[in-house]
Design a protein around this ligand. Sequence first.
Ligand SMILES: *Cc1c(COP(=O)(O)O)cnc(C)c1O
Length: 395
Amino acid sequence: MSDKELRIESRLAQIGSVEEPVTGAVNYPIYQATAFRHPRLGQSTGFDYARTKSPTRKVLEDASALLESGDAGFACSSGMAALQTVFTLFSQGDHLIVSLDLYGGTYRLLEKILSKYGVTASYVDTNDLDAIETVRKPNTKAVFIETPTNPLMMVTDIEAVSLWARKHEILTIVDNTLLTPYFQRPLELGADIVVHSATKYLGGHNDVLAGLIVTKGEKLSEEIAFLHNSIGAVLGPTDSYQLMRGMKTLALRMERHESNALAMAHYLEKHPQIAEVFHPGLPQHPGYEIQNKQSSGNTGIFSFKVTDSRYVEPVLRHLKLIAFAESLGGVESLMTYPAIQTHADIPLEIREAVGVDDRLLRFSVGIEHIDDLIEDLGRALEAARVEVEGGLVHE
Ligand SMILES: *Cc1c(COP(=O)(O)O)cnc(C)c1O
């Protein structure tokens, strides 16, 4: 049975398991070597120097390409390193169309760094084809999509945008961090490049910083291989191993993240101190249908607004099980306050236009027991209500 014929759960569990023929080790070893002996002049084992190609990293890269239904995979030292490598495809004078509700670090990279090299970006709701057509210029080279977006969970129809982009010879690049290939495979929907912060769900344990790029097509794969080697922001062998170890349990983790987040969203929806819940698994969410069409499940991230911004500080202070911390996608539940943390680099006008205001909290729901999570957040909300409004504590 070839790897391609296996179901995704089996491919994940078996990453690197059959690749070591010498000892038969069931997990692939960590090759620390940075230099590889040449058998003869003009000959190579396939490995020369570790920046270009390294054995442990290669097993991860090949597995990633297969998981995302792409042609080549590239492991980078972080999600930002992966994004920088991809954005280096563009030259002075090129223009990009980018999702409005964007990861703050990606916005910073585009506006503070790429802009210095003459690459410009327009930020629009990428699910609105009229809006992207309006900002398209003759020098537009790519559309960059996050779906769902973080924190507001806006959903973009990847297939529709890819079709539109192809017609205009524009590349479609998707940041697939929130859903992972377990739930969504953008290259199958027509995208050209997928990027990941593998630090999040793929690693899954808040203990390895990594990024991935997966490309479709020979030309694009060669271009990214050249940039990956030339820029050198590659993933080390130990981190490559650590990431593969995390990926082996991705299917199990994503199932639990999804069910916990959905149960939590249903709980908060009915809570009197919650004004709004942003979760594309709720039928009233504007992205519900597209999300169901293009993905086989939902991420464990969602956000919600409390009815009064004065609840935010005490809620975060009273949480015990759920950690007040940035990042997302790990087995531990984390809560963050986007307006002053992850999205602080995005100007106020843009933030408020999309709805990242001072009542919004983002929740990365972990794999703990759902009842413990509901109890923890319920208690913190009640304690916040008592502090803000006075009254009896209901323990
Ligand atoms: C975290 C994140 C990144 C950046 O990745 P790092 O691994 O932190 O460098 C990019 N995109 C999204 C959607 C993220 O959540």
